[in-house]
Ligand binder design. Structure first.
Ligand code: HEC
Length: 123
């Protein structure tokens, strides 16, 4: 009998928990976020990619891609990590300016929060 009750409790907990996730996901707002990686983004990336990572055209005419929508050149989190670390094609390398942990945090921010959050909205 105890087992049955336990199962029911676990079942309801899971239902309550899952309702947190299938409610309409909101886009990740960098400006509102107090996370460490979003402050890294504001300090290092926003100048080129825009405050919310939507991309922009720089004064010299260089086009900086959106990190949220469009065709992504770098598909995996590791590809993104390498682009941030090594730079290239108009982007500065950050390997010597950020720590390994910070590079990983930023790759995860781009891959999981900016891209994924947006993909869900488009669906
Ligand atoms: C000097 C301007 C500049 C800065 C600063 C900059 N980027 Fe970029 N970034 C670019 C340009 C230009 C590209 C396009 C490179 C290409 O086409 O290969 C790019 C490409 C990228 C891409 C690949 C997008 C794709 O299509 O897959 C990612 C991810 C990225 N940047 C993340 C960052 C992050 C995170 C930071 C901060 C640590 C940052 N960038 C800082 C200019 C910049």
């Amino acid at each position: 009998m105890f087992r049955v009750k336990l199962l029911i409790i676990i079942g309801f907990s899971l239902m309550a928990l899952s309702s947190c996730f299938d409610s309409k996901p909101k886009a990740y707002v960098i400006e509102d976020s107090k996370s460490y990686e979003s402050s890294l983004f504001r300090q290092n990336c926003a100048i080129c990619h825009g405050p919310e990572g939507n991309g922009k055209t720089l004064d010299d005419g260089r086009i900086v891609p959106s990190l949220r929508t469009g065709e992504f050149k770098f598909k995996t989190e590791d590809d993104i990590y390498r682009q941030i670390a090594d730079g290239g094609n108009g982007m500065l390398p950050f390997r010597n300016q950020l720590t390994e942990r910070e590079l990983r945090l930023l790759a995860a921010l781009v891959y999981k929060d900016l891209r994924k959050a947006n993909t869900k909205i488009v669906e």
